[in-house]
Design a protein around this ligand. Structure first.
Ligand code: HEC
Ligand code: HEC
Length: 591
């Protein structure tokens, strides 16, 4: 009797436990990224898996510029309207209040260079290009993907927003990753973010239209807020080295110092010169660790398929220093930049992008081309440039294309080359060693099918060769092709008109400047403008601010790693007579 009574008493408890468990299962177990039905959207908004590791809850993302407007102002400086912070303090009422609030949040992100597309109704999308979304741990979470560094816009002039053209695969010239990282790291640490989430962050989320229910308000979001603070702290330990580096400015980042920190605990706090404290613009400030700076300009990533073959039948050596000749390994490493760490990486999502990039073409030149002049430039190009850069913008054949040009002959800035060390190459060879390569075909957005064996062989191998190559390869995603090199790679110039500023560190603003000896190239110029300069072939680089008075980033070539020397002398065309240079310039527009 007594035992029964106890069981009877527990009946309601059990029901409660069951209800809670069911709710929790329903609420917290569903997991997966937002999927898109075409490759363009998958590239712009799809997940690499990184959002599973460090994904910021959607509503926290929206609230951050508003609760951390001070931090944003400090980081973005004159890219942000001077009264922005003031405006975040005024709350609107009425039905469209959340809409206005969200527009203010987007305005904050735009100051960091984020690009927002419009939806079918002509309204700005809630998330910018380069940000993916997924459901995980009962929340919608967002984080960066490949497009954040590899997509941008180009315009004819400031009066004509109608020509604002989005180009997938071009360097993200406007996006300032340096400022974005410091904004989220600093915001996650700041008082308004962490101390009193109940007072600041949650009400802000509600004002944005979050409509959080009781469970979210009092449990899920407060926990998420703390979890994200810790995730940002982790990221800062890995990526925070950049505070001690010269300001990257928009369109650039340090590629491999991250790998050093990840792989063997390169202790950046000890190795970096303290530019931050000593005044970063002072070229004399601090001792520079010659291996501590590896800042590069973001490359274009079109036509990867044609890069799988060079004159000796091997794949081209790519990355600026040619340290790897496999697209797959370069992409896996690129994915690390999106927090797609080995345990969370979505191989299939990235493989689809990889295959799509094989044939993605750069757009045609936006302005008219003087065909007669271009024809005159063709033989000049063939004589001086084709052996190293390919026959033209689509035919990449050439004796030295895809090989590394020794630094002694090239003479360009050595920092990025020295940053990639032998020690790092050796250590990288263990990355992904534990992950079995699945070698499966699978569907991709838009209906194409991913074909794995194509990755591991060159087109000349034929089917038998491909199968042999697959069998011979170790069946893991382990990096097998990273090598220390002694220079920078001779690369194809497809879409070169959109790849300004030029050279691996983005130190030369226009093609016209690149054809001058270094002493005549601009010592400082402005980066971040998307208005095109068809006269000099590059983006407008002499204007300090845009039409709305927002300042561009001033790039200083005297700072360590920013040198604009090299790629000069007779062999590189900088001594050609002016008429030949003009013809060559016109011809390069056809690439
Ligand atoms: C944080 C910015 C960033 C993100 C995100 C990023 N990349 Fe890149 N990508 C770079 C940089 C920088 C390089 C050049 C690296 C170097 O040589 O130092 C590069 C190089 C490449 C290259 C080689 C280009 C060449 O010709 O040498 C490919 C291909 C590429 N990325 C694809 C991707 C893909 C695919 C993704 C997403 C999985 C991605 N990237 C994400 C910054 C980024
Ligand atoms: C000996 C080989 C060689 C020759 C000859 C050569 N280049 Fe280059 N070029 C390179 C290398 C290597 C780089 C990368 C250097 C760096 O970034 O530090 C480069 C970079 C460039 C870039 C910048 C690419 C980018 O995405 O920023 C352009 C443009 C270019 N070369 C055009 C030319 C033209 C035009 C000629 C002929 C007048 C020419 N080059 C001759 C090897 C060569």
């Amino acid at each position: 009797m007594a035992a029964l009574a106890v069981a009877g008493d527990r009946g309601p408890d059990l029901v409660l436990v069951l209800v809670v468990a069911l709710y929790a299962a329903f609420r917290f177990i569903p997991e997966g990224p937002v999927r898109y039905d075409n490759m363009e959207d998958h590239f712009k908004y799809g997940s690499t898996g990184g959002d599973l590791a460090t994904g910021i809850p959607y509503w926290i993302w929206q609230a951050m510029p508003l609760v951390c407007a001070d931090t944003l102002q400090a980081v973005a400086g004159e890219r942000l309207a001077p009264d922005y912070r003031q405006r975040t303090l005024t709350y609107h009422s009425g039905e469209d209040a959340p809409v206005k609030r969200r527009a203010l949040s987007r305005e904050g992100y735009k100051a960091l260079g984020f690009i927002y597309e419009q939806d079918a109704q002509g309204r700005e999308r809630d998330l910018p290009i380069g940000i993916s979304q997924r459901r995980s741990l009962g929340l919608d979470r967002v984080y960066i993907n490949c497009a954040i560094c590899h997509t941008s816009t180009v315009r004819r002039d400031s009066n004509d927003p109608g020509t604002l053209t989005l180009v997938l695969g071009m360097p993200a010239n406007r996006f300032n990753l340096y400022d974005f990282e410091h904004f989220i790291f600093q915001c996650a640490k700041s008082g308004r973010y962490t101390q009193l989430p109940q007072l600041d962050l949650i009400p802000e989320i509600q004002s944005l239209g979050g409509n959080l229910g009781i469970v979210d308000r009092y449990m899920v979001y407060p926990l998420a807020i703390w979890a994200i603070r810790d995730a940002m702290h982790f990221l800062e330990n890995v990526a925070g080295f950049s505070v001690r580096q010269p300001d990257w400015g928009p369109g650039r980042n340090d590629t491999f110092t991250n790998n050093k920190v990840f792989l063997y605990g390169y202790s950046w706090r000890e190795h970096m010169p303290d530019w931050w404290l000593k005044g970063r613009d002072d070229p004399e400030a601090g001792e520079v660790d010659p291996e501590g700076i590896g800042i590069v300009d973001w490359p274009s990533i079109w036509l990867q398929g044609k890069r799988k073959q060079r004159s000796d039948g091997q794949p081209m050596q790519l990355h600026w220093d040619g340290n790897n000749n496999r697209v797959e390994e370069r992409n896996l490493n690129a994915a690390l930049a999106t927090s797609a760490l080995p345990p969370v990486i979505d191989h299939e999502a990235i493989e689809c992008i990889e295959q799509w990039l094989e044939t993605l073409e750069p757009p045609k030149y936006l302005f008219s081309i003087d065909q007669t002049l271009a024809e005159q430039g063709k033989p000049v190009y063939q004589e001086y440039c084709a052996d190293c850069h390919g026959r033209n913008g689509r035919d990449f054949s050439g004796k030295y294309v895809g090989f590394v040009e020794p630094i002694d002959r090239l003479g360009t800035d050595p920092y990025r080359l020295n940053n990639y060390t032998e020690t790092l190459a050796v250590n990288m060879a263990t990355t992904y060693a534990e992950q079995e390569r699945r070698q499966r075909t699978h569907p991709c957005p838009g209906g194409s099918i991913y074909q794995p064996e194509k990755l591991i062989s060159t087109p000349q191998d034929g089917l038998a060769g491909r199968i042999a190559a697959v069998a011979a390869e170790e069946k893991t995603y382990r990096y097998k092709h990273y090598r220390k090199t002694n220079g920078y790679a001779n690369m194809p110039l497809d879409g070169i008109w959109l790849r300004a500023p030029y050279l691996h560190n983005g130190s030369v603003p226009t093609l016209r400047d690149l054809l001058k000896p270094a002493a005549q190239r601009p010592e400082t110029f402005y980066r971040g403008n998307d208005i095109y300069d068809p006269v000099n072939v590059g983006f407008v680089s002499t204007q300090a601010e845009d039409a709305a008075g927002r300042k561009f980033f001033e790039f200083n070539t005297r700072i360590a790693g920013n040198g604009n020397q090299g790629h000069e002398g007779e062999a590189f065309g900088t001594e050609l007579p002016e008429d030949k240079k003009a013809a060559l310039l016109e011809y390069l527009k056809t690439f």
